[in-house]
Design a protein around this ligand. Structure first.
Ligand code: 3PG
Length: 406
């Protein structure tokens, strides 16, 4: 991949697509791991005289975490130690004027790109943002593997119009993932709330024979327990409200076909008046399932200890609440202790690491990506990376080559 690190950026207006998507609680962003990582690469480009227009999304439309990027800009300002101006616009004259008036080293953050319908819905990823901003920018940089699996306008559209590059984070993540990309017999630990994503990926891993074990936690375990005929207490409403009931038949079939690989909880922790109560699967009557139970933790720990490659994506439970953090914490500690090469991904996994003060050096590689990481591991071609490759062929830049690092 052509890297921005190898090109002169002084005086260039650069659209930098990063991933500032953070976990959110009560309208506030929590867990700023991605912000801290991107602050380093944004500062570096600014130090080199680039005029930076930062693009990102936060959350998904209709979800609680769908916010503007104002808080993110403030946090970047604190982390970088220089002005980071939030512009509450994307394609209006206001945004274009702000870009035109940038000086060397200036940094602006435009609003959440998903405020534009065409960001996610344009069939070729060429929404109006591309038409408005390409003419006022010199370069485009994609610096997030975590969004490279989306054929969204801000991920694939600019590369059709202006010279484009990989940022340091994207380049480093791709390099790290390549190391485990072709492995077999991997133990996967799936959790979190993005059930649709995990489910699809899991199906693929199993079909390709790449998974030795899949340890299931989080909302995915609720779906799978229900699909295999267990009562899930008050979590049934969660499945209904989140539109997950349509996955029930497929989940049932998947578990039945892969009984030796998919490992489901044998007990869970339900929330009764916000307090943890351990219940064996088969006896769940009421309360919401908010964590895996202690017997399950022991069972999963044993499998982890005997694995040689582990990929963990998503927490096992509601780790933000102390009473329900045990599953996630124990599994992370077990992975840290094991001799296996481990690859961790997903925004909430990163926040959990921070919450439990677990040192990243105990893990093989801690990625900033979630589903994109898993897809890339599956061997999928990610649209964002394909777009960069095509761009490199289209825009030959030999004459602009000014290596930063000798
Ligand atoms: C992530 O958190 O995995 C990325 O920010 C991508 O978010 P998305 O799954 O909503 O596209």
């Amino acid at each position: 991949m052509r890297k921005i690190a190898d090109y002169d950026v002084k005086g260039k207006r650069i659209l930098v697509r990063v991933d500032l998507n953070c976990p959110v609680k009560d309208g506030k962003i929590i867990g700023d791991t991605r912000l801290r990582a991107h602050a380093i690469t944004i500062k570096e480009l600014s130090d080199r005289g680039g005029r930076l227009i930062v693009l990102s999304h936060q959350g998904r439309k209709g979800k609680e975490d769908f916010l503007s990027l104002e808080q993110h800009a403030k946090r970047l300002h604190q982390l970088i130690g220089r002005d980071v101006i939030f512009i509450d616009a994307l394609v209006s004259e206001k945004a274009v004027n702000a870009i035109k008036s940038l000086n060397d080293g200036d940094i602006i953050v435009l609003d959440n790109v998903r405020h534009l319908h065409c960001e996610t819905e344009h069939p070729h990823g060429e929404g109006e943002i591309i038409h408005h901003l390409s003419p006022v920018a010199d370069y485009y940089v994609l610096d997030a593997l975590s969004v490279a699996h989306r054929k969204h306008s801000s991920v694939v559209g600019f590369s059709k119009r202006i010279p484009s590059f990989a940022g340091d984070i994207l380049a480093a993540e791709v390099e790290a993932v390549e190391k485990v990309r072709h492995g077999r017999d991997t133990t996967f630990i799936f959790g979190g709330s993005k059930v649709e994503d995990s489910f699809e990926v899991m199906k693929r891993w199993l079909a390709e024979g790449r998974a030795r074990h899949i340890l299931v936690g989080g909302a995915l375990s609720v779906l799978m327990l229900y699909a295999t005929g267990h009562s899930v207490g008050d979590s049934l409403k969660y499945l209904e409200d989140s539109g997950l009931m349509e996955y029930v038949p497929a989940a049932k079939e998947l578990v039945e076909k892969n009984k030796d690989k998919i490992v489901l909880p044998v007990d869970v922790a339900v929330s009764i008046d916000n307090k943890r109560q351990e219940v064996d699967v088969g006896h769940i009557k009421n309360g919401q399932i908010w964590d895996i139970g202690e017997k399950t933790i022991e069972k999963y720990k044993e499998i982890i200890a005997n694995s040689h490659t582990i990929v963990m994506n998503g927490p096992a439970g509601v780790y933000e609440i102390d009473d329900f953090a045990k599953g996630t914490r124990s599994l992370l500690e077990a992975v840290a202790k094991s001799k296996a090469f481990s690859l961790l991904g997903g925004g909430h996994t990163l926040s959990a690491l921070d919450r439990f003060n677990l040192n990243k050096k105990h893990f093989g590689y801690v990625s900033l990506s979630g589903k994109a990481l898993i897809e890339y591991l599956c061997g999928a071609q990610l649209p964002g990376i394909v777009a960069l490759d095509d761009n490199e062929k289209k825009f030959q830049l030999n004459d602009l080559h000014h290596p930063r690092r000798k």
